[in-house]
Design a protein around this ligand. Sequence first.
Ligand code: PRX
Length: 633
Amino acid sequence: MSTSGRIGSWSEYQRAYQLSIADPEAFWAAEADRFTWKRKWNRVLEWDFKKPEVKWFIGGELNITENCLDRHLEQNGDRIALIWEPNEPKEEVIGISYRELHERVCRYANVLKRNGVKKGDRVAIYMPMIPDLVVGVLACARIGAIHSVVFCGFSARSLADRIIDAQAVAVLCSDGMHRGAKAMSVKDVVDEALTHCPSVKHCIVSQRTGDAVPMTVGRDVWLHAELKHVDANCPAEAMDSEDPLFILYTSGSTGMPKGVVHSSGGYMVFAEYSFRNVFQYKKDEVFFCTADVGWITGHSYMAYGPLLAGATQVMFEGVPTYPDAGRFWSIVDKHKVNIFYTAPTAIRSLMAHGLDHVSPHSLSSLRVLGTVGEPINEEAWHWYKQHIGKGKCPIVDTWWQTETGGILISSLAGVTDEKPSYAAYPLPGIQPVLLTADGKEILENEVEGLLCIKFPWPSILRTTWGDHERCRQTYFSSYPGYYFTGDGAKRDADGRYRIIGRVDDVINVSGHRFGTAEIESAINESEWVVESAVVGYPHNIKGQGIYAYVIAEKEITDAEIARKDIIASVVKVIGPIAKPDKIQFVSGLPKTRSGKIMRRILRKVAENELGSLGDTSTLLDPAVVEEIKTGRL
Ligand code: PRX
């Protein structure tokens, strides 16, 4: 390994990988040693996937913000930590040094304390991509409060569900937000949510749009007013390595989204390790991850990973198509971005806008490109490589999940080789396996199977908030002894992995996860609907689109009115990001005699694979299939 701590060659990767398998504890202890611990751990790892229980760096105490901020101050305090690029290209960019960020985090942390927030309390954060979002996240971590960031596009109902599940005592939000050509209220959504959330005693509001918003006396305070009463000294709370750092809600195949819980110590070590090695970040480079902090990518590769590594990064408030589809590329040139990390959906959509939006930009600062969140098709991969990377930038296709906390399978930029549409090799410390449907490990190469991981890594989820049994059932019970990812994958002759997609009832829309059951229950709230079934289908831009089959309550005289009402219902219950792309009205759904919906058939129809529906004779009402085929949208 080079002195930079980065794996620098294929042989170093192989050596690191072998060591990490032969002696995982020694391997991760050496990595953990790079950080500031308030108290050193006495045991590295205890684990049992049956319970499940995983503990890393047992007995160790730390505060992640000391590692993100304090430890950089002496030598690199003046280095820019965050370059904030506002929605409007003409608005002033804000550069925040590590020293300033440290001060802002300490002050915000003191505001939290002033408002009664204590170690172990849950704090919901519902904010657009403004610096206070990162500051608020770190302020929670500073005092040991558990943050639960909710993506600012979710509805009031979704926000309320998440607040109630976590019993959050405070909400951090803004007055409003700018997104492309639109300005939207944020506080109104929070106010609506809070009518259902008696656990919330305080709401701290950042100013962004300057709009007048109603403030509930005794509950709501303006951050800028509160900051006048606090100083910049806030010692970092000592956290046990296994204390929860945050909760992040994510969808699964059943029920309401679950609160994935990440730990303090293990998460820190892996977020930084994966950032350093996958992107091969070099001192003074500028990193730009386009993900919102409302998703796991924004947690691990904006709020935490880059700051842990002392990096300079861009935080972008707006959308890729405003004021035009060249916005990302103009940001890359403006801030001389070296490493650019985005989702395949964004690449496909910008590709569809044409090269006229790319060619005015030099893009010469770029050194590494990354993708995350969904499979990238070869066409988009080549476009990205050729037109954005000018043929010279390695692409890292990073596979991971909310539950894994950090990147598990990816090439290391320019170090291990790349192959379009393959995430490629596991990071050191990661032991993926492919299983057959009946749970047998497939040892050969050039195979396909269910992707599981057979050994813990430091940032594996610890539980699902308030319901450990759900964690066990979802991830550790289908194939005992393994963590089951929910993904299917292929392995090529050289051991590279290619992720095919979910094998459960989860749809990945533009890199965002939704459970079919979750969308169905939102659709069913429309007065037009008796029953519905939702499946994913291939979508040129979004990866997967949402196809809903709906049995209507009454005769539909105007299908458009009914469709609008169904969409409004989804927007109200979940948010605009889960709107169905297609809604087909049907008189019945293909069900087995025991009443189970045969989604396989619905999926095939949505995919337009009408010739391969399989045997439909065992259905309760085989005729319904013909009707569904004929009415396909
Ligand atoms: O299906 C896989 C897909 O996204 C799922 C995880 O979603 P989420 O928890 O929202 O996290 C997304 C950001 C890490 C996975 O189960 N996925 C993620 N990355 C890739 C991917 N599919 C293919 N290739 C990837 N690189």
